[in-house]
Each structure stands twice: as C-alpha cells, then as structure tokens.
Design a protein around this ligand. Structure first.
Ligand SMILES: [Zn+2]
Ligand SMILES: [Zn+2]
Length: 486
C-alpha cells in the first residue's frame, strides 16, 4: 500500500519513512478520489481498489485541479478573464497550438495495426468533437504526440516501469512532452469482453497528453480507474469542461458526443472486420469518405458508412449514428451503393456481386440476388434513382447502367459511356437527387452539381477540408448547410 501511495503521488519522496499521520492523510485522499468511505484506514475495500486496473499517471494534482475547476465554474462571471488567468497559471501544461499531429510508434501484439489505428483515430476524435482542437495522423517522421507499446522498464524511470497484466495499464505525460505509453503485456481488445479496451484507455491517456489531470467524477473518462464501455456518454461534463478550459469550444460551439452504446457497436464492427477476409478497406469511422448516400421519399437523407448510417431530416437535423442492421437486418456492413426508389418505395443496396432490396425493414423474397443474373455490374461505384429517366442508374468505372426496376435488368443499349454525364467524375461514392431537381455527385472530399436540364455539371466544390478530424454530425450539418442550403 505504501508503494502504491508513493507511486501515485499520495506520499512524497520514495524510500523515505512516513509518519502515521502522513499515511492516514494519504489514504484519505485516495479514498476521496476513489469514492470510498473516507476513513484513513487501509481496509479491504481500499486495498482492493488499489489493486484494480488503472492509469499509471499520478493522482497527486487531481484534488487541486478539481477544486480550481469547480471554483471557476461557480464563480462564473467573466469567463474570458478566467480562461486567460488559467492559461497563465498553467503555462507549460497546455499546447500553444490547436492543431496537433500524432503517430503510433510501436504496436501491441494481439490487434492488427488497422484496428489500433481505428481505435486511436476515434479516441482523438472524441476530444476534437468537444474542443477547439484538431488532430492529424502523421504517417512517419516527427509528431506532437507519440503513442507506444512497451513492456516492463522502458527508460522513463522505475516508477513508470510496467507491471505486466492488470495494475497500471498505461501512462502519459503532460504537455508538451507528447507521449503516451501502453503496457504491451496487457491483452488489448476493442470489444472489451476479455482484456482491456484499447480505445477507452487511449482516449483517457490522450486527455493527459492534452494537459488534463485525473478526475474525481466517477463516470468521467479522466477518472483514474479502468471502466468498461457502457451505454452512457464517454465524456462527462467534467472532461468537457477541463478540455474546453484549455483549448476552447469547437468552431461554431456545437459539441458532438457519441453514446457508449453506439461506440460499442462500432467496435463490434471493427472486431468483425478484423476477422473478415478481404473487403472493408476504408473502415475509418466518420472519415470524409462515406460508402453511399441516398434520399428517401420524405426527403430524409441517409448516409452510409461501415456498419452505421446517419439520417438528415428535411429540416437539416442530423441523427446519431445508427446501426445498419437494426434498420435493414441481414445487410452486410460497408455497402458499396444504396438508392431509394420513389417508384416502388423500396431501398436497394449493392455490395460485391450481390444486390439487396428492402420494403421498409423487410428483405424482399429472392434477395440478396446475384448481380450478374440481372446483367448488372459487380462492385458498382454508386446508384441513384434518376427521375428524368424514371429508372435506377448504376455507375461502374467508365460506364453506367440504367436498370429497369420491374425487370431488374439493364435497359436496352446499356451500359453506355460515362461521358454522357458531362463533367461528372469517374467513381463517385454516391449521388443524391435534391428537391430542386439537381443531382449531386460526391467523391472523396469534392462534390459536383449536375443540372438535368442542361445535361452537364454546373457547379463543383470541396466540402470536407477539415472533415476527418471533426464530428460526423457536425460535418454533415455544415456540409448540407453549405451545399443544399438548409
Ligand atoms: Zn490517467
Ligand atoms: Zn512510459
């Protein structure tokens, strides 16, 4: 217990002998932060808590930082003044810029690099969603924040040496050292059934690299103890206040939060993808690239990405991400094209060599169907219902197909060359018919507006410069506001 209290900053000067009062006071402080009855006695509950998996960063400054934070909140008044004051008071404990790069330097054993990068990217995004920070992944060379997996003693002091499975899982340094270390001996997972969830631990350690101390709020991400991914929001008000005091609010002020339940669905998808052959090459959650986009009969836009989709109502309200399979059972994740047909009020999905058709949430009999049986292309780039033709259009590389929805076969004389669509690029991710009759094509971070009357592209632009590092919801609203004029 004494070793623990020294390591975590409750007792000073290692190896020094401590008076009974010093130890009692240290135990009381530990109990306060750990939500145990504050007795100052090393009882069973206290010892059990000391052995629980946790972050290896000291708790020492927590109570002070907490008191200061609460004081700032309740004294209110001139926030700008308070923020300035706090900036100077904590000089050297925050980054002086808002855009930071990061890189994973060494890797764990039992997760693929792809999964690790997904977990890390999403963890950074969690913080950029609620603050003025932007994060960029650096593929090589120097970066502001480096994440590494080490075993045992790894040259940053004996008190930082990792202790094998359990105990300290990871630790990180306050700004501007920019390092987070993870115990390579832990069993790291994404779904958290066995072992510890790398995404959660990374999100916590990033908090330290940004200058956040441990939080005494039980459900805060910055609480020192390892938690499982539950249903609640990952960041508590305390986490958000702390990061905003250092770096301000997100541009526009809108905070984007994802419920733990959604994140755990996302992670199940990653886990699934980890064990699925081929496919799923762009699983980056919430990146600028989406799999498909369409609009239903009520004017509700649906954006598809991996195992999730978002809806945007005709008033411009963006939903939380929803699991694909909840709405369309049996649909695989990472579909390649999707389109709603107002003709039969059905949803069509395409992936690989197959096609799915749904009436509401019911998969129509005979589906999924092999695309080649209908003379349709494999792996279409995009699909959309085109009212001037009254048919579904499928883009595939340099050609396009016009599909008759009654026969499910291409119309005669198709496929034809894409050049018919003057100005439309090859390989769009998706297309959307808007209420004014114009057609929008999307590819990566660009869009093209096609005028069906002039039969050519009449406008184009970029909509996603900052997109990979901001929240999906916020980005969608911004994008739709700027292009479609909500
Ligand atoms: Zn910590
Ligand atoms: Zn270390």
């Amino acid at each position: 217990a004494q070793g623990f209290l020294e390591k975590y900053g409750y007792l000073h000067e290692q190896g020094h002998s401590h008076s009974v009062d010093e130890v009692k006071s240290a135990v009381r402080q530990f109990q306060w932060l750990s939500h145990l009855p504050i007795t100052g006695i090393l009882d069973d509950a206290t010892l059990v808590k000391m052995a629980a998996p946790r972050c290896g960063v000291r708790d020492r400054q927590s109570q002070k930082a907490w008191t200061e934070k609460v004081h700032n909140i309740f004294t209110g008044g001139n926030k700008q003044h308070l923020r300035k004051k706090r900036y100077t008071a904590r000089k050297g404990e925050r980054w002086s810029k808002q855009q930071l790069s990061y890189r994973v330097v060494t890797w764990p054993r039992n997760l693929s690099r792809r999964s690790v990068r997904l977990a890390v990217n999403t963890a950074f995004q969690l913080w950029s969603n609620v603050s003025g920070l932007l994060f960029l992944e650096a593929s090589h060379g120097p970066s502001d924040i480096r994440l590494a997996f080490y075993e045992g003693d790894h040259n940053d002091g004996t008190s930082n040496a990792f202790d094998g499975p359990g105990g300290a899982l990871a630790h990180a340094f306050f700004p501007r050292r920019g390092e987070a270390h993870f115990d390579k001996a832990e069993r790291w997972t994404l779904n958290g059934h066995k072992g510890h969830n790398l995404f959660l631990v990374t999100a916590h350690e990033i908090g330290h690299t940004l200058g956040l101390e441990h939080s005494p709020v039980r459900h805060a991400l910055m609480s020192p103890y390892y938690k499982k991914l539950g249903r609640r929001m990952l960041l508590s008000w305390d986490d958000i206040t702390a990061v905003q005091q250092l770096y301000g609010k997100p541009p526009g002020g809108a905070v984007v939060q994802l419920p733990g339940q959604t994140l755990s669905w996302v992670m199940q998808d990653w886990e699934l993808a980890e064990h699925t052959e081929g496919g799923f090459e762009q699983p980056h959650y919430c990146q600028s690239l989406f799999d498909a986009i369409t609009v239903d009969g009520n004017g509700t836009i649906m954006v598809f990405k991996g195992g999730l989709f978002w809806t945007v109502s005709s008033e411009g309200n963006v939903s939380d991400p929803l699991p694909l399979r909840q709405r369309w059972p049996h649909l695989p994740f990472a579909i390649e094209a999707a389109a709603f047909s107002p003709l039969d009020a059905k949803m069509y999905f395409f992936k690989g060599r197959r096609m799915w058709r749904y009436s509401g949430s019911d998969l129509d009999t005979g589906f999924p169907r092999e695309s080649h049986e209908s003379g349709l292309p494999h792996h279409p780039d995009s699909a959309f219902f085109y009212s001037p033709l009254g048919h579904m259009v499928l883009f595939k590389g340099p050609r396009y197909f016009v599909m008759n929805l009654e026969t499910l076969h291409p119309e005669p004389y198709y496929p034809r060359r894409l050049a018919d669509w003057r100005g439309v690029p090859q390989g769009p991710n998706g297309a959307l018919t808007w209420a004014d009759g114009s057609l929008y094509f999307f590819r990566e971070q660009r869009y093209w507006r096609f005028d069906p009357k002039k039969v050519r592209v009449t406008g184009a632009g970029t909509w996603a410069q900052t997109l990979p590092w901001t929240g999906c919801n916020r980005t969608l609203s911004l994008f739709l506001n700027s292009i479609l004029g909500y």
